[in-house]
Design a binder for this molecule. Structure first.
Ligand code: SAM
Length: 206
């Protein structure tokens, strides 16, 4: 899919459907929060949710002790939804409308969270640009938390082809500058009660 139509795809998804009719919808991002609480240096740390969409993860992050919180997404409609839900609290968040494979710089963050975005990158060159940005964004010791469909998960998401991952294949994509520190599996129940197997990996920037 070419880039302009990719943005159109995601803007259409968010402008024509309610959140609870999207397969990835979570009322509570339980496992992400568990990993963040367990592993991230929440006191004074900076966190970015890459491809955060309209997820309520940002609402929960605002209740933790992060000093800097950003949400990046290609779909402005998704960011607008999250902002309006948060009301005044949205002012404490940096909202970045951008394609993660095209933006050159997002600043420096201690934690990079991505649930169900990297798996859409079917082009090798996009994956290389994504990893290069993560490398520039995270200082040594920083954490990259990434959730994708697992090796036995679905082959498509939001009508798009995806790539499935486990610890080894994700480690190979990220390269030697990221070391696996935790992995987990989640069986996500879609709003219509089908199951999707997710792999979660937490990698530390070397
Ligand atoms: C499956 S949804 C997951 C949303 C959110 N992370 C969650 O768990 O609810 C994928 C999200 O990634 C965004 N996205 C897809 N490709 C992107 C890209 N190249 N750059 C930035 N965001 C992208 C979409 O707009 C969408 O919000």
């Amino acid at each position: 899919m070419i880039k302009t139509s990719l943005k159109t795809h995601w803007e259409d998804v968010y402008s024509t459907r309610g959140e609870t009719s999207m397969s990835w919808y979570q009322a509570e991002p339980r496992l992400s929060l568990e990993l963040i609480r367990d592993l991230a240096p929440t006191l004074g740390a900076r966190i970015i949710d890459v491809g955060g969409g309209a997820s309520v993860l940002v609402d929960r992050l605002l209740d933790l002790s992060f000093t800097r919180i950003a949400v990046l997404d290609i779909a402005e409609t998704a960011l607008a939804r999250a902002r309006s839900r948060l009301g005044n609290r949205a002012e404490r968040v940096e909202w970045i409308a951008a394609d993660v494979t095209e933006i050159e710089d997002v600043g420096i963050f201690d934690v990079w969270h991505d649930r169900a975005v990297f798996h859409f990158l079917t082009e090798e060159s996009d994956r290389r640009r994504y990893v290069a940005l993560a490398r520039r964004t995270l200082p040594a010791g920083g954490l990259l938390m990434i959730a994708c469909f697992a090796d036995d998960g679905p082959r498509r998401c939001s009508d798009l082809d995806i790539r499935r991952y486990g610890a080894e294949s994700m480690g190979a994509e990220l390269g030697a500058e990221f070391a696996l520190v935790r992995q987990a599996r989640e069986t996500h129940a879609t709003p219509w009660n089908t199951s999707q197997a997710f792999f979660y990996g937490v990698f530390q920037r070397q």
